[in-house]
Write a protein that binds this ligand. Sequence first.
Ligand code: GLC
Ligand code: CA
Length: 567
Amino acid sequence: MERKWWQEAVGYQIYPKTFKDSNNDGIGDIQGIISKLSYLKHLGVNLLWICPFYKSPMDDNGYDVSDYFEVNKIFGSLDDVKELIEKAHELEIKIILDLVMNQTSDEHSWFIESRKNLTNDKRDYYIWKKGKIDENGNLKEPNNWASFFGGSCWKYDETTNEFYMKIFSDKMPDLNWENEKMREEMKKMICWWLDNGADGFRVDAIAHLAKDQSFADSEMEKDGFGYCPDWQKFSNRDRLYDYLTELNQDVFSKYDCLTIGEVGGGASTADALRYSGFDVNRFSMVFTFDHCWENGAFGSLDKQDDEIKTNLVNLKRIFARWQNDLYGKCYNPLYWLNHDHPRVISQYGNVGRYHKESGKMLATTLHMMWGMPFIYNGEEIGMTNVDYDDINDFNDVSAKNAYNQFVGELGKEQVLRYLRRCSRDNARTPMQWSSEKYAGFSEVEPVVKVVGNYKWINVESNLKDEDSILNHYRKLIQLRRNSEYSDIIIDGSFTLIDEDNPNVFSYLRRYNGRSLLVVSNFFEKETKIGYGYKMLKVVLSNYHHNDYNLNDLTLRPYESIIFEIYE
Ligand code: GLC
Ligand code: CA
């Protein structure tokens, strides 16, 4: 297989607001990222995905862009971004930006124009509809579709007595991709960033650009807010692929750039091939969410913490499906979490006694698969979910919506427990750099509350400890990028073995007659496996003792080992 540059890369995602504060105003910024480039180089990653830093009222932490060509002052200036790109390039680190095209902020000049009157030339850049009158003579939304953030996907606007569509928050009106002039403006903007040195994009919420143009009511059962969560009406629709082909032809194909679409829940591997198969010329890759909630935590509002348990058999099948359906046809990004998910160690690992072991086990399991791994900032030191016990500590607009909706019915404690398990705030706390006050993130109190365990979970202590989670990540990156196993890891096939074992995740990677076997105990309980392969070597493990017999092997809590084997 001929490789593209990004097929050999290891990515790292940065959430700028809480990564590093350089000027002590409590908010992370671009200069803060620049100050940590040498740390990232040392970690071994060679591509950064930076979450949005554009001008924005920050209703959804920057995914509500009010000017694509300007940098939000809280993060710095355009010159800072150019400096970041330049300095990263000097270190042979590529930078991809977050491209947000499904919606803008309601403070974007297009929307300010659009909402003024029915005949404005920007009116049709967004999706406006008349409401309906119900049997009691009240004005109702144009249809019963739900928003991802709770409530209706429509918002009434007095000025013209119409509703605009918004599948996220009220302040995030959806763009009308049927409008050609709007598409042309988008393309110019994308070229401008590529001309300014960006190496590509993670393309936000891309599955939703095309909406069912009938805008007819859904028949689906209503959710807790009284609307139909019928995501099919605006996800992965046929028409979308036309827009993407056009974007590729007119923009992406003209640059040697990496594009990763966020397609999320609902997209199958067949959809992935349609988005990013090697021969379709749309995106380089797509992010799926299929593996993200296999502990049943999503929507588990009424559950207690001890009712949440990883269904490993399902998790393995999902990974195997994405590995095998895409192998050789469409490259696959590998990740455990991003800024929209809980911390993986809190979800699938152990934040207590086996913090280190489970953090390393999760890393090994993911990084040895086929595809391009992404580390989410803080994952490399095993950062955990929040310890907040006050709703005011949460920031995310969707967490606040859920709290207001359910607190009456379920009580404060239960909703907070749920948010500590599932909220997007879990991944958005200040990066834990050291044991100093405010975790070395800032010298002043950060705008987002630091998680209390920074005193022992931090970069500084991980750097000092040869046996840390961080150093384990370094070894995994090294194995992939620069070792005698690179070819197997980058190009080898994937085979899930021991598929029905509910405790152990085992798979083979094979390339040119050589094989690696990866085994990972996902739980605290010891468990036995026995495989008929001949062991050649232990490549990496998360325990010291390594006198292993593959035919009869007891795996310790969260034990994870990479073997080179002979079949
Ligand atoms: C994506 C982003 C998420 C954002 C949403 C709306 O899912 O990852 O953070 O809220 O799109 O742009
Ligand atoms: Ca700052």
